[in-house]
Design a protein around this ligand. Sequence first.
Ligand SMILES: [Zn+2]
Length: 159
Amino acid sequence: MLTQNIDGLHSRAKTKNVIELHGTANEAICLRCKKVYPITTMINQVLRGKYAPSCEECNGLLKPNAIFFGEPLHSETLLAADELIAECDLLLVLGSSLLVYPVAFYPRKALSLGAKLAIINIQETDVDPYAEIVIHEKIGSVLPRIVELVEKKLNSNNN
Ligand SMILES: [Zn+2]
């Protein structure tokens, strides 16, 4: 799963294979040695009056491990996302208007590699005409209904 969210909710929900394209605000990273800490390490330093929180290893400056405006995305993250897109048979676009790159590029890439596309988003997207299924509603109202229908179908097949 690819996400642009930085809130870490997909990981906390135990979603498997989450690639957080824009990093996570639940961690801090040292700008010098790249050591990663829980965000609480950084917060606790600030609460103790250290307004330039620093790395315990190298004294480099800590920042939240989310991609800030103007920062490049991590290359290893982009490579992992490219691999997922190359492997997928069906790409579900959930709650994205596909206006921010690189996410905006992934549906076209998946289509060019033979995958099908399904889009659930409140607004239209540029790739709506190429999708097998397009639903213009909030994912919060549509996804539970889809899950319910799939569960019913699975249960009826098992009986
Ligand atoms: Zn460091």
